[in-house]
Design a protein around this ligand. Structure first.
Ligand code: AMP
Length: 297
């Protein structure tokens, strides 16, 4: 007799908007508010921490897994992007996801699709300057997911700080502000590397070198604690460390306002220090929120 090994836990999956809507109506009928956690899959503890935030705040976490083609530019890693739905669903079940929405591109971008949500303002600099179509792709898909699911809460990660600013702006502008936005902190490896699905592209040597991103942010944070307030000086501290790592090709280091993404010349309130760099085949981003009023331990 063939032994039957039942999976530890399973969760309902839907691949259609109609299925999503009806499953969410059932969740609501059961009395739970819904937290939507959008991802592109290849789940790691950063993604799972967002699900846990929704769950721990009393929401039924609904996970979306969709590698959104419109947020990738020509020549970017759409085809190479890591995919593994069975593994993702097993992890999702363990952390309390009640429903997974895993549509194909045709379900999201149907025949004759012609509408784009373009957000000016925070979409302009940094990632927006280097990846000119990226944030329109992000804003469009997040708006669509919010309209498909009509959740009570959207949970995003601070890892993509500029994405948070763009989505926050879009939600205000499109009157989607009846959905609360919750932003979870960056989850890191023990050595500081921010978890990212793209870390899978790194060789062992590159993986070691990649810690330079978080080390550069920590150095800048230490300087702020020691009294540095000049924006350029703070950026230079991080950039000097990045430039000293032979495997690292820095793309930008920028101290910006966390809402507008405009430059911050002098740190006189909370601001976000953002870095982007190529390490081998991977393009990695990281950031830290700098608070000049934080105590110097
Ligand atoms: P992605 O699958 O890369 O589109 O990410 C889906 C969500 O997970 C986004 O809101 C990301 O900001 C968030 N996220 C990615 N990496 C991390 C991390 N290391 N810690 C916390 N959240 C993360």
């Amino acid at each position: 007799m063939t032994p039957i090994t039942a999976p530890a836990t399973t969760i309902p999956i839907t691949r259609t908007v109609a299925g999503l809507r009806s499953a969410i109506a059932d969740i609501r009928d059961g009395g739970s508010p819904v937290a939507l956690v959008p991802t592109m899959g290849a789940l790691h503890d950063g993604h799972l921490s967002l699900v846990a935030r929704g769950r721990d705040a009393g929401f039924a976490p609904v996970l979306t897994i969709f590698v959104n083609p419109t947020q990738f530019g020509p020549g970017e890693d759409l085809d190479a992007y890591p995919r593994g739905e069975a593994r993702d669903l097993a992890l999702a079940a363990e952390v309390g996801v009640v429903l997974a929405f895993c549509p194909g591109p045709d379900e999201v971008y149907g025949d004759g699709f012609a509408t784009t949500v373009a957000v000016a303002g925070p979409s302009g600099p940094l990632e927006g300057a280097i990846r000119p179509t990226h944030f329109a792709g992000v804003a469009t898909v997040v708006a669509k997911l919010l309209l498909m699911a009509r959740p009570d809460r959207l949970v995003l990660g601070q890892k993509d700080a500029q994405q948070v600013a763009v989505v926050r702006r879009m939600m205000r502008d499109l009157h989607l502000d009846d959905v609360s936005l919750d932003v979870g902190p960056i989850i890191r490896e023990a050595d500081g590397l921010a978890l990212s699905s793209r870390n899978a592209y790194l060789s062992p040597d590159e993986r070691v070198a990649a810690t330079v991103l978080s080390r550069s942010l920590c150095a800048a944070e230490r300087a702020v604690r020691a009294g540095t307030r000049d924006g350029r000086e703070i950026e230079d501290i991080a950039l000097t460390l990045l430039a000293a790592e032979p495997r690292c090709r820095p793309e930008y280091v920028a101290l910006v306002d966390g809402d507008t993404f405009e430059p911050v010349p002098v740190l006189d309130g909370t601001a976000t220090l953002c870095v982007a760099a190529h390490i081998g085949p991977a393009r990695l981003i990281d950031n830290v929120i700098l608070d000049p009023s934080a105590p110097n331990p």
